[in-house]
Design a protein around this ligand. Structure first.
Ligand code: ATP
Ligand code: MG
Length: 157
């Protein structure tokens, strides 16, 4: 199983799905979070951070202006928001490749800015159904993390 969709009935449930995924992450992983403005990417990212064990007193907010926030946890977490990225060279300056393909977990909001939909990693798409509900679709691209989505599906049901 490398493709799975689930419906979230509210913000708390999206947070919980993220947390469950975060708990499962055991190896360096690139997570690409797609969805329109306000779809819930940062909520999901916050869940992953909690599941990875980032101190609950540390707020997980969108790194819209800084491009990246770093958190210490079971695995180092690098949270990117590329919405305001105008020039991909900025990413090189940040050391993006080192983080995205390094020893921690990298979460990327607005991965469209990478202009590479083939990027290997866990692609997560959040789609607004109505004010409260979102369809969350998980797609694993590449050879890494085989079985991750099936395991996630198990722990979510
Ligand atoms: N099922 C749901 N899952 C996630 N968020 C929800 C849900 N229902 C309602 N919301 C609301 O939608 C908003 C999601 O905001 P969030 O910042 O996570 O979006 P985003 O995708 O990161 O947007 P941006 O592109 O601006 O970074 C929050 O205000 C949240 O309360
Ligand atoms: Mg966001």
């Amino acid at each position: 199983m490398s493709l799975w969709s689930v419906i979230s009935d509210g913000e708390l449930q999206t947070l919980e799905f993220g947390k469950k995924l975060g708990r499962l992450l055991k190896q360096p992983t690139l997570v690409l979070l797609q969805g329109d403005l306000g779809a819930g990417k940062t909520v999901f990212a916050r869940g992953i951070a909690r599941g990875l064990g980032v101190d609950p007193d540390i707020p997980i907010t969108s790194p819209t202006f800084t491009l990246m926030n770093h958190y210490q946890a079971r695995l180092d977490l690098y949270h990117f928001d590329l919405y305001r990225l105008s020039d991909p060279d900025e990413l090189l300056e940040l050391g993006f490749d080192e983080y995205a393909f390094g020893s921690g977990v990298a979460l990327i909001e607005w991965p469209e800015k990478l202009h590479n939909s083939e990027t290997p990693g866990l692609w997560i798409n959040l789609k607004r159904i109505d004010d409260e509900r979102r369809e969350i679709t998980f797609l694993l691209q590449g050879e890494e993390n085989e079985g991750l989505i099936a395991t996630l599906q198990d722990v979510c049901s």
